[in-house]
Design a protein around this ligand. Sequence first.
Ligand SMILES: [Zn+2]
Length: 284
Amino acid sequence: MRQLRHQVAETSQFLHRAGWTANHDGNVTARDGNRYIATPTATSKRLVSERDLIEVDGKGQVHGAGKVFGEIGLHLVVYERRPDVGAVVHAHPPYATAIGCSRGNPIERPFIAEALVSLGPRIPKLPYAQPGDPAKAALAPWCELVDAVILGNHGVLAWGKDCEQALLRLELVEHLAKIAVAAEQLGGIEPLPESAIQPLLAARAKAGIGRAADRAVETASQLLGSPSSGGASSSGGASAQKPVVACAPAPHSPVPTISPGGRREPANLADVVREEIVKALRGS
Ligand SMILES: [Zn+2]
């Protein structure tokens, strides 16, 4: 418990040191059984110490002193849908937020092998949604499919088994965004060749990085289309190329979409995924 509070406070201060928050931006939570340790509202992330942290339940009700931040609903949507997630981090890192506030999404499709292994085959950019229920509804269908999203006209939300992993994912999204902005001046991002995707997804599944990774092949096939109820945006470049596994076409392209909510949960997902990977690698 104490350890958890320490991690949340450390993560909060790191967000500010990294230049990913200004004013009162950003927030961090960590799961502690049925409760969540959260950064307080209206406080610079620079100033958050362990004693400032607050405790909320699954409905966002505060237990004890303090006031919860308005975006707590987004964190709770992730926890609800991802029992494997222990921490959620939100910030406004400048490069990734610039992507969120401009046209297109140059980091949607993988262009660096390590990043694909760490973050999966897609980093979606959600369309702008009003804070509260609309923002939660836009996020919900993505929670099981990916581990980080760019929130349109807003910032980045990333999650992981603990604060460290969630922070690493947010850091990687920002780093990719920085690279993409630099690449713009050199003619733009060149995505990874299609033939590289499947072996990297298999490596991701083998490494067991997050629940989505355990089901890398299944997840990748879902990512061929947007979640049915999410309305997530796709970058313009994606639609110009033939869709392959792990590379998302535009939502309007004629590729069958699997609803994230409509899947059966097999008894042993790891075995199913292993079989699927073997099949995929054989090209059957
Ligand atoms: Zn925000």
